[in-house]
Design a protein around this ligand. Sequence first.
Ligand SMILES: *[C@@H]1O[C@H](CO)[C@@H](O)[C@H](O)[C@H]1NC(C)=O
Ligand SMILES: *[C@@H]1O[C@H](CO)[C@@H](O)[C@H](O)[C@H]1NC(C)=O
Ligand SMILES: *[C@@H]1O[C@H](CO)[C@@H](O)[C@H](O)[C@H]1NC(C)=O
Length: 404
Amino acid sequence: MAKHFLLLNLIAVLSFCCVVLAFEPSPLQDFCVADPAGTAKVNGLACKDPKSVGADDFFFSGLHLAGNTSNTFGSKVTPANVAQIPGLNTLGISLARVDYAPWGINPPHTHPRATEILTVLEGSLQVGFVTSNPENRHITKVLKKGDVFVFPVGLVHYQRNVGNGNAVAIAALSSQNPGVISIANAIFGSEPAIATDILAKAFQVDATLLSQVQCKISVWPILLAQLKVNGLACKDPKSVISEDFFFGGLHLAGNTSNTFGSKVTRVNATKIPGLNTLGISLARVDYAPWGVNPPHTHPRATEIFTVLAGSLQVGFVSSNPENRHITKVLKKGDVFVFPIGLVHYQRNVGYGNAVAVAALSSQNPGVISIANVVFESEPAIATDILAKAFQVDETVVAQIQSKF
Ligand SMILES: *[C@@H]1O[C@H](CO)[C@@H](O)[C@H](O)[C@H]1NC(C)=O
Ligand SMILES: *[C@@H]1O[C@H](CO)[C@@H](O)[C@H](O)[C@H]1NC(C)=O
Ligand SMILES: *[C@@H]1O[C@H](CO)[C@@H](O)[C@H](O)[C@H]1NC(C)=O
């Protein structure tokens, strides 16, 4: 018995170590903006001199523009990954916009290095993914505006527009460079081609049928090896249903009638149990005119953020000793990155309400609101400590503390 227990522990430890090793390492500095001229071979891209880094390294614009869906599939993916935003380098997250013509599909594919969390901005999509051998369960659901769905790392998945009009989604991926393997292309369109008899045996069909498919490229399921993830709190996979990967309501505005004039609606592993161990989550942020999302940090996540409506001034501050403030005004369709652990904020600088969708590189990123942590801790941090830290009189500190 004890022997079995030990063995199980060993397996658990081993699988945990492999899962950890399979993902991007934690950053070793505030940021490592990709250097286009870098020649060093590293996992990712070499870093630019931090002194020459500016707000535009964390920025991309145009995610409000519809992609051109006039193609065989009737869909178009517009990526915002490290190729577009050099500041994403080493931070383990990226974003994409997907457009679908009526009945357009995003054909079955996998991201070898990322979990995907997707929210529908317009229209209706049927989505699905297939679990690994031996079950190959197909988990599918129809999504409408404001719905959120998760495609776990490495699994084959697809989306199909089932509404009458165009559909639009924003997808976040838990890698700066998630990669795409289009199943049909990888199997039937490889260069040089995989021998027909191998494919005929694999798919258990006649070789003549296959050579027809190889010319046209069709859609087939594939057998994929999937990482076994360690975790005590996993549900029995047999009892897992599509609702476990689903959340509805991200199209609903948060109530911004509060001191800050902003409201964050989080979609983490509490709302979507299927996010457990997958290292990503989503949030919607609403801002009243001049509303602020006050300075805070996420101890466990990098944030990538796109503006759906309005104008926001955003900024983050690098760590000691520079404490550089990197700031920019964003409009609809702009994308910005807040590197892991750094203090950041947003402020609505337009006349109307503003809305943003943020993806975070953890299922539970955590929030540390600077003002609350410093002035509202329980029990309070001694006034003389804060007075020294902020180099103000203790009465000033006491006044601030009384406001919280
Ligand atoms: C969309 O793509 C099609 C096919 O490539 C092309 O003919 C058409 O001009 C494009 N439309 C726009 C608006 O770019
Ligand atoms: C918004 O919040 C305020 C303050 O908590 C509350 O008075 C108001 O009823 C809420 N509005 C809605 C629409 O829920
Ligand atoms: C999700 O976020 C809420 C706070 O909004 C937090 O209380 C909860 O613990 C988080 N859930 C998980 C599983 O991380």
